[in-house]
Each structure stands twice: as C-alpha cells, then as structure tokens.
Design a protein around this ligand. Structure first.
Ligand code: NDP
Ligand code: 2IT
Length: 448
C-alpha cells in the first residue's frame, strides 16, 4: 500500500515533470504539500481519490491578446490571462495583477494560494487570479483607461457575478477597477457584483481599500494576544508602499506600534519617529510619486537603495507587504539576528522556503500569507453580499465583520495545529484546515 509520504512525494514529482518551468507555482505547491502528511494519514481516501493531481490542475486557463494605443498613437500589445483554478466552494474569486513580471507561473501560484485563502474566510468563494504583463507605471490616465477597456473587452466573455469575480492586486486599484467596470457595463449590463474593489459611488464597499492591511494587523494581533504580547511600543518593519502596506502602517500605528519603514522596488525609507501615514498616502496615491519624494519632505526620514530586509537595526515584528520571494534565507537570518519574533505576511508568498525554515528553526511566530492577508478577499466577498442585497453596510459593520473573520481564521489555524500535535505551527494548521475543506467539497461533488 502507498504511504501518505510516498503518495505526496510521487504527486509532487509528477507536477514538476508536467510544469517544469513554473518555478513560483511549484514553490507554492511544495509549501502546501510539506504540511499535508498528517492529513493523508488521517484520510486515506484522499489517496484513492488522487486528490493532489486534481487540486493542482486549474479548471481552466484563459489567455488573450490585449491591443491598445499609447499616448504617441503607437500600437502596443500585452498578454491578458485569467486562471479559473477551483470552484468547489463558490465562484472563482481573486485579483488581477498588472505588472511586467506577470506570467503563467505567477498567476498559477497566486490562483493556487487563493483557493485555500478564500475557503479560510468561511465565505462561499472559489479561487482564481488573472492579470497582464502591462506596466501601469509612468502611464497617463488615458493610457491606463484604454488598456483596461481593451483588457475587459475580452475578459467580459468569461466572468460574471456567479461565475468569476475579479478584483485588484499589484498595479490594480480603484482607478483600474472603475475603468474595467465601465467597459463591462457598456458591453453587458450594470452588474455590480461582477468586480469588487469598486469605487464607493457604484457598489464599492466601505473598508475594502483598508481591508488587507487592517486584516493583516488584526491577524498579527491575534497571534500576539495568544502569546501574551501586543503591538504596543513594538518596532515594526513594513515593506511595500502600496495599498496593503499603507493601511498596515495606519492600523499598526493605531495599535501603539512604531512602524519605521516602507519600501518600493528601488529602495526604502527609514523613519525612526514612525512613518507618516497621511504623507505616504499623499505621495503614493494622490501624486503617484516615488518614495524619494516622501524622504525629501520628511526631515526624520532617510532613503536607502536596495531591499528593506537589509536593514541592520532592531526589529520586533516584520510585515512584508510588497511581493513574492522578497525574503530569502539570508534575509530571514538577519531578521532573527535583529530581534524579530513575529513575521506576518501581507504580500502573497513573500518568504521563500528557506526563509520559512529559518522562522521554524528559530521559533519565530509566523502568520502565513494565505491566512494573514485574507482580509482583502473577505471584504470583497462582503462587497458581493452587499451588491446582491442592493444595500451598503456602514464602516463599523464591515470593520467588525472583518475583525471577526480574521479572529476566526486564527482560531482555525491554531486549533488545527493543536489537533494534529503541531504546536504553534500556524502554517501547517491553516494549510491543513483549508485543504480538508476543499478536498471534502471536491470529493462530495463526484469526479470534478
Ligand atoms: P500595490 O500595487 O498597491 O503596491 C505594490 C507595492 O509593492 C509597491 O510599493 C511596489 O513598489 C512594491 N513592489 C511590487 N513589485 C515589487 C518587486 N518586484 N520588488 C519590490 N517591490 C515591489 O499592490 P498591493 O499593495 O495591492 O499588493 C502588495 C502585495 O499584497 C502583493 O503581493 C499582493 O498580491 C498582496 N495582496 C494584495 C491584496 C489586495 O487586496 N490588494 C490582498 C491580498 C494580498 P513599486 O511601486 O516600485 O512597484
Ligand atoms: O491576493 C488577494 O487576496 C487579492 N489580491 C484580493 C482578491 C480579491 O478578490 O479581493
């Protein structure tokens, strides 16, 4: 008889052979599979059902041409895609990323993670992800609009409020969602529930812009509480300076922390007196400028080139909120040496497998992305509920639901880790709880 370990290993080898160049996707699969042995020991039927081979194969991948004209009248072509990964518990749900590095491996890793993140929220949403290698940086509003219109002209054939509901991710915020919504409406009809992260005037939810950053801090706070600690007077290092980072800065500061950094793909700012949220939002959102501008205007701030994870001073808590694989083993070692005892992830897969091993070896409390950044998609699902009801809830109502959802995700991760005798391994706890729900739903639906 095949043992759980043999089955997982053989499945991973087969996935590698089938997707040899999809490095990021294979990394996300390996991270999940590394935690699944106890589940397969408890559920031998998962082996006969060959659940791993089924779960790693997207239900559908759509890829299309996106032609548009730039400000000089030149024709440009990008590639658009949507990975409809898993609809076992609800319509495909997940963001759209516009960034020059977008490719099938990145979208499959993001879509794969989204399946498990979404089921952890307890809300009825499946997993998907999409985007384009379009680079919004330095483009005019009119160029971004023309790109979004062309992108949606094709994407609208494949989405709908009960089928697939995209939202934002890197490079896609309220402006882009607004343009895409407008084009969807011209081609189809006014379906508020077809996209989330909409501006407030046409079906957007209060607290959706804040949700990922706030949710991350609520989740980290649950970890701290369970370990008799709090954010009060803690030195926090945050990477990124976009949507997630900004609201993580605001909420962590509100809970008494001193957030000393933000970063972008060129460098980082250190401000020992605490990052100024209003100035950050002004520079990044209103002016769409770089962090050098923040540093130039704030006397106590210093700008450095390179990765924020090269910072040499004392750190208590790290909240990576930029992008995948920003922390490798060496950077994780540096964090440990500098005092970090908690890492909670706002970005998707910001720590590589070596970094995760360093956290484990040093008993660093670890809030994995799938659990810690689920607040964004959770409030997206609340936006879908409000759109179906044709009602808008107050900020207080949405924020209080968000807090409850994050506390429930933490409780699930913690209790599942305890059930399987895994101590404070919240990574394994969250992975196992999410995997059991998806596998159970898939098996109950027959051979899907
Ligand atoms: P934004 O586009 O608003 O901001 C992205 C930030 O990350 C910018 O500061 C950007 O710097 C930086 N960044 C992007 N790529 C790189 C890179 N290759 N190296 C270093 N820095 C980089 O995106 P979000 O804040 O929405 O997303 C940040 C992370 O959070 C992503 O991993 C995303 O998948 C994840 N996430 C987002 C959610 C959401 O609701 N928006 C929900 C859950 C997770 P620069 O301007 O120089 O490019
Ligand atoms: O990674 C993510 O969870 C997101 N980008 C948010 C997805 C969503 O549908 O709100």
């Amino acid at each position: 008889m095949t043992t759980a370990k043999e089955y997982i290993q053989a499945s991973f080898e087969a996935i590698k052979a089938r997707n040899p160049h999809e490095t990021e996707f294979l990394q996300a699969v390996e991270e999940l599979f590394n935690t699944l042995e106890p589940v397969f020991e408890a559920h031998p039927e998962y082996i006969t059902e060959n659940i791993l081979a089924r779960i790693v194969e997207p239900e559908r991948v759509i890829s299309f041409r996106v032609p548009w004209t730039d400000k000089d009248g030149k024709v440009q072509v990008n590639r658009g895609s949507r990975v409809q990964f898993n609809s076992a518990v609800g319509p495909y749900k997940g963001g759209l990323r516009f960034h020059p590095t977008v490719n099938q491996s990145i979208l499959k890793f993001l879509g794969f993670e989204q399946i498990f993140k979404n089921v952890l929220t307890g809300l009825p949403i499946g997993g998907g992800k999409g985007g384009s290698d379009f680079d919004p940086k330095g483009k005019t509003d009119a160029e971004v609009m023309r790109f979004c219109q062309s992108f949606m002209t094709e994407l609208q054939k494949y989405i709908g409020p009960s089928l697939d509901v995209p939202a934002g991710d890197i490079g896609v915020g309220g402006r882009e969602i607004g343009y895409m919504f407008g084009q969807y409406k011209r081609l189809r009809q006014f379906d508020a529930g077809v996209l989330t992260g909409k501006p407030l005037g046409f079906g957007g939810s209060l607290i959706r812009p804040e949700a990922t950053g706030y949710g991350l801090v609520y989740f980290a706070n649950e970890i701290l509480k369970a370990n008799d600690k709090s954010f009060q007077d803690q030195t926090v290092l945050i990477s990124g300076s976009g949507n997630v980072a900004q609201f993580a800065v605001q909420k962590a500061t509100e809970l008494g922390a001193k957030v000393i950094s933000v970063s972008d793909s060129n460098g980082y700012v250190i401000d020992e007196t605490g990052i100024d949220f209003d100035l950050l939002v002004d520079v990044k959102e209103k002016r769409r400028a770089r962090l050098t501008e923040y540093a130039a205007e704030k006397e106590t701030a210093q700008y450095f080139e390179g990765s924020v994870w090269n910072y040499q001073g004392h750190v208590d808590i790290a909240l990576p909120c930029a992008t995948q694989n920003e922390i490798d083993g060496e950077k994780a070692e540096r964090l440990v040496k500098n005092g970090a005892y908690l890492v909670a992830e706002g970005a998707n897969m910001p720590s590589n497998l070596d970094a995760i091993n360093v956290y484990k070896a040093n008993d660093v409390l670890y809030g994995l992305a799938k659990a810690a950044n689920a607040g964004g998609v959770a409030v997206s699902a609340l936006e879908m509920s409000q759109n179906s009801q044709r009602l808008s809830w107050t900020s207080e109502e949405v924020d209080s639901r968000l807090k409850d959802i994050m506390a429930n995700i933490f409780a699930t991760a913690k209790e599942t880790a305890e059930k399987y005798d895994l101590g404070k391994d919240y990574l394994a706890g969250a992975n196992i709880a999410a995997f059991e729900k998806i596998a159970g739903a898939m098996i109950a639906q027959g051979l899907v």
